[in-house]
Design a protein around this ligand. Structure first.
Ligand SMILES: *Cc1c(COP(=O)(O)O)cnc(C)c1O
Length: 497
């Protein structure tokens, strides 16, 4: 299997190179040159297997330049080492006879990004051995909160890698900050930056491409790489859990093998739902993909009209991980809708960068609507949905999952389609305690840790151990730097003089 760029048909690399580079040099995204097909026999075979075995089976279809032993080592490092609660890192909870919640938040940071960020470091380290130049990889992250912690947990003590995370001094919650500054591991570094997330992010981008910094790293046997959500090594782990979830539903006799299901995903950067679309392209029995957004509903409009237009107000909502107006992974869908036309994809992405807008042809729109439905909801609807889900099913969900449950319901009412549906649950409710407590009509204590305990009392669920223990962890990284000091902070954290 080779990987091509969405914007240039002449670029063709192995998966190890795609994972190491992250993004193609002309700005395109790496995509597999075809979709490997899976049959019902393949699913039948996986039905009785563990998540680890399923993961190796799916990855070996895509990462053909890795050996089975290499893949197994990567998968075991990510999913078998006690990082996830329970045997199955992505268990299903039956909400009602026809709605299943695929819980992707049983990892170390209690959000779905762990599913990919636990595996990526192993894939990257292995890719570096295959296709790299022997240098140690330095992952540089600017974070608004969740990604930084998930990346730190994933890269912690992974051989051949180091990770540095910068977060805005005033832009993260008390718990998010504690999660980062108490991070363990010999290869990690964390610093706060004066200013907001944009200040932090733009300086990280500048450091990434600054020739003087790059040569300083080079002299010391180091090289930068990135762990952001367009990296193929973050997308491919997400295909696994859709296939695994389907196998679980068959194994549990919820559905007969071969029966199509709908999949409903709370969507921001379009990575998670794209993985479900890729699984469908491979032959997983999937009917509709339901794309759920909050008030930043650029994707809803796009799926309904074929016009993508980022020129609109930006709202801060109670589902912050979906507050996005440019969904980077959508480029990979555009590439498929155009019949894999590199030039046309590049042209649309240019239009997006310039005027902030592009349109599909009527044929492309029709093709998209055969697979996708788009819907959105408001914060008030999210709040009601959290309350309703608790009253009706005694299930406490987080605000992102509530967006998906709400839009799933809208879809059913509008279309009458009662196909059984997997709703992707992307975060533990304990990550968003104040919103959840407020929605349930409970008092919201000022202190973050008091909120955790309050939610535990109300829901009857234990506080996730990784959050409960934070209050008493030693702080390892207490430095705050200005933007101008970030370069020096990189050297200090890497131990360069
Ligand atoms: C990142 C994130 C999302 C959005 O996922 P995409 O792959 O970017 O569409 C949804 N919910 C939570 C909790 C997230 O952290």
């Amino acid at each position: 299997m080779k990987y091509v760029s969405t914007r240039d048909g002449n670029i063709c690399v192995d998966s190890a190179q795609a994972i190491l580079r992250g993004i193609s040099k002309e700005g395109g995204l790496f995509v597999p040159d075809h979709f490997p097909k899976i049959s019902l026999e393949f699913l039948e075979d996986l039905r009785g297997k563990s998540y680890l075995d399923r993961a190796v089976a799916v990855l070996s279809l895509y990462l053909t330049d890795f050996t089975q032993e290499e893949l197994r080592r990567c998968v075991e490092g990510a999913y078998a080492s006690g990082n996830f609660e329970g045997e199955n890192p992505a268990p299903i909870s039956v909400l009602s006879p026809d709605v299943y919640l695929l819980e992707l938040w049983h990892g170390p940071t209690c959000a779905f990004k762990d599913m990919a960020l636990q595996l990526l470091p192993y894939l990257m380290s292995q890719s570096n051995q295959k296709a790299g130049d022997g240098k140690t990889i330095v992952i540089l992250v600017a974070t608004s909160g969740d990604t930084g912690k998930a990346a730190l947990e994933g890269f912690q003590d992974v051989a051949g890698t180091k990770i540095l995370v910068f977060y805005p001094q005033k832009g993260v919650s008390a718990i998010q900050k504690l999660q980062m500054v108490t991070q363990r591991g010999e290869n990690v570094g964390v610093a706060a930056v004066e200013g907001n997330f944009d200040d932090c992010q733009s300086q990280v981008k500048e450091i990434f491409t600054n020739p003087a910094i790059l040569s300083r790293l080079e002299e010391n046997g180091l090289t930068f790489s990135s762990a952001n959500s367009i990296n193929w090594g973050r997308l491919v782990p997400q295909i696994i859990y859709y296939i695994s979830a389907y196998c679980d539903l068959v194994a549990d006799e919820e559905i007969p093998l071969g029966e199509p299901v709908n999949i409903c995903v709370p969507t921001g950067n379009f990575g998670n739902i794209l993985a479900a679309y890729y699984a469908k392209q491979m032959g997983l029995p999937v009917a509709k993909l339901i794309c759920a957004s909050n008030e930043n509903n650029v994707l809803t409009d796009f799926i309904r009209t074929g016009v993508y237009d980022r020129n609109r107000p930006f709202y801060l909502t109670t589902s912050p991980s979906m507050d996005i107006l440019i969904s980077s992974n959508l480029e990979r869908l555009i590439f498929e809708l155009t019949g894999r036309d590199h030039q046309l994809t590049a042209k649309r992405m240019d239009e997006l960068k310039g005027a902030g807008r592009y349109s599909l042809t009527p044929e492309e729109l029709k093709k998209m609507q055969e697979d996708f439905y788009g819907g959105f909801c408001t914060d008030a609807q999210v709040s009601q949905r959290i309350a309703h889900t608790f009253q009706q099913y005694s299930y406490v969900c987080d605000p992102h999952t509530a967006v998906a449950l709400e839009v799933c319901d809208q879809y059913r009412q509008q279309t009458g389609d009662e196909t059984r549906t997997i709703v992707t649950s992307t975060a533990s409710p304990f990550k968003f305690t104040s919103t959840v407590l407020g929605a349930l009509g409970e008092p919201v204590p000022d202190n973050d840790f008091a909120q955790l305990n309050e939610l535990s009392n109300v829901s009857g669920m234990p506080v996730p151990p990784s959050l409960a223990g934070l209050e008493h962890q030693p702080v390892r990284f207490d430095r705050t730097v200005s933007r101008a000091q970030m370069e020096q902070a990189v050297y200090n954290l890497l131990g360069l003089k």
